[in-house]
Design a protein around this ligand. Structure first.
Ligand SMILES: C[S@@+](CC[C@H](N)C(=O)[O-])C[C@H]1O[C@@H](n2cnc3c(N)ncnc32)[C@H](O)[C@@H]1O
Length: 222
């Protein structure tokens, strides 16, 4: 017997926050999509989390883009955005970040980015899917403007060590935490928006590794 998956269609207003790659290309960039001037923030791998949605509500003058490649999770986030009453400063893109970031974001165009609790993909045969690897981090750094920040959080100690090694190979990202490898607490608690996973980890007293990076100036000093 074939089991039919219950599939709830998105309402028109829920769909409004979805943006397609083609729309970004045709518009000529994200600021044209948002039809305004303001800082651009990106979260890669939003999952079903509300972090970016909450941030978009806290900072209505800033533009927020979330990328998620799992359609089911992506639609769940669209529904949550509607439930939370997120405004026009939030757009969600259903895409694979490995493919979407380069063509859809101009170099030095992003003011801040997040990679929060990325899948560690521990098996070697899945290693190419890891977001925290030098090639992907270098690409993201290329899209950040000088002075922009990249925040990474992971609960996985092994992935944190891998991230550290990967970040060491990206010269255009400097640590904002000095000599420390990572922080075991948020750098600025007032600015910190917890993810749903994070709340769960906290309640179980599990350690979280917080990385804060800044894009260095592209200007070569001679
Ligand atoms: C472990 S979940 C964390 C989700 C969310 N950031 C959180 O903290 O709850 C990682 C998410 O990243 C997404 N993801 C992994 N690789 C991706 C890629 N290449 N492009 C877009 N999304 C990706 C997965 O589908 C998954 O939803």
């Amino acid at each position: 017997m074939t089991r039919l998956r219950k599939y709830k269609l998105l309402s028109e207003s829920e769909r409004d926050r979805e943006v397609r790659a083609q729309q970004v290309v045709e518009a000529g960039g994200w600021l044209q999509v948002f039809d305004g001037i303001g800082d651009l923030w990106l979260e890669v791998g939003t999952g079903k989390d509300t972090h970016l949605l909450e941030r978009a509500k806290l900072y209505p003058d800033q533009f927020h883009v979330g990328i998620e490649h799992c359609r089911k999770k992506f639609e769940s986030t669209l529904r949550k955005a509607e439930m939370l009453g997120c405004g026009e400063n939030l757009r969600l893109l259903h895409a694979d970040a490995f493919e979407a970031i380069d063509p859809l974001f101009a170099d030095s165009s992003i003011d801040g980015a997040f990679i929060l609790f990325p899948d560690p993909w521990p098996k070697t045969r899945h290693a190419r899917r890891r977001l925290l690897q030098p090639t992907f981090l270098a690409l993201l750094a290329q899209k950040l403007q000088p002075g922009a920040t990249l925040e990474i959080r992971t609960d996985d100690p092994g992935y944190a060590r891998q991230a550290l090694a990967a970040l060491a190979g990206v010269a255009s990202l400097e640590s904002m935490t000095g000599q420390l490898e990572w922080l075991d607490h948020p750098m600025d608690i007032d600015q910190h928006v917890e993810t749903l996973f994070e709340k769960r980890f906290h309640s179980k007293c599990m350690p979280i590794h917080h990385f804060y990076l800044r894009k260095t100036s592209d200007v070569a000093i001679t």
